[in-house]
Design a protein around this ligand. Structure first.
Ligand code: HEC
Length: 201
């Protein structure tokens, strides 16, 4: 009898132990795992990388427009956007991505986590609230930095309203390279997407 009680107790302990393990594995990474000081550091780092990437992409884009107009720039973006973000990713030891709910390149489609953040940004934009960059701790000593990307007048040449700011000719060229394009119909000031930069702790 004593033996039986003991084995039941042992069994219960085992269940408890595994249950506890399972629970701790399931723990989502929450913001409290980063100190306020770390938060400032990662936000700052993310902002700097985003700004540097934006400058690099814009400069090259402007140069391509100067050399051969918008059609040349479309072909250029098609070939150069990735090499530019990839080499900056290496230089900053980060993974730099641009993503959107209406992506042009299928490679830039939002992940589950990015989608949640993008929808939140979108909601804020609709309510006319300011959208601030955010950071989220990820598994494996990684930190995700997210910041909004807005459209200006120049962007409309390739992301604007068809037949208005975006010409049919240019759109045909875009469609040739990106048959699944969803990235048109924007007006100046609209939220186009976001930076998604993975930093290492
Ligand atoms: C000359 C045409 C052109 C102009 C001007 C342009 N883009 Fe794009 N944009 C593209 C192309 C082409 C891609 C796809 C690049 C790729 O293959 O990754 C793209 C991709 C993007 C993406 C990545 C997400 C996605 O949809 O695939 C964002 C964000 C973006 N553009 C924002 C902007 C903003 C903001 C501006 C203005 C500052 C701008 N673009 C100006 C052509 C353009």
């Amino acid at each position: 009898m004593k033996n039986k009680t003991l084995s039941i107790l042992f069994f219960l302990l085992l269940i408890f132990f595994f249950w506890d393990c399972k629970q701790s594995n399931q723990q989502p990474k929450n913001e409290s795992e980063i100190t306020a000081e770390q938060k400032t550091i990662y936000l700052d780092k993310g902002k700097k990388i985003a700004a540097a990437t934006f400058t690099a992409l814009s400069q090259q884009l402007q140069k391509a427009v100067k050399e051969g107009g918008i059609p040349n720039a479309i072909q250029y973006c098609n070939l150069a956007a990735y090499p530019i973000t990839d080499s900056l990713s290496q230089a900053h030891q980060a993974v730099i991505r641009r993503t959107s709910l209406k992506n042009r390149n299928p490679e830039n489609k939002a992940t589950e986590l990015e989608r949640v953040v993008l929808e939140n940004f979108e909601k804020k934009a609709e309510e006319g609230q300011p959208i601030k960059p955010v950071i989220k701790p990820l598994e494996g000593q990684k930190i995700a930095f997210y910041a909004p990307i807005n459209v200006n007048g120049f962007c409309l040449n390739c992301h604007g309203k068809l037949g208005e700011t975006l010409t049919d000719e240019n759109y045909q060229l875009i469609k040739k390279h990106y048959p699944e394009d969803k990235a048109i119909g924007y007006v100046s000031g609209a939220l186009r997407g976001m930076w998604s930069i993975q930093l290492t702790k």
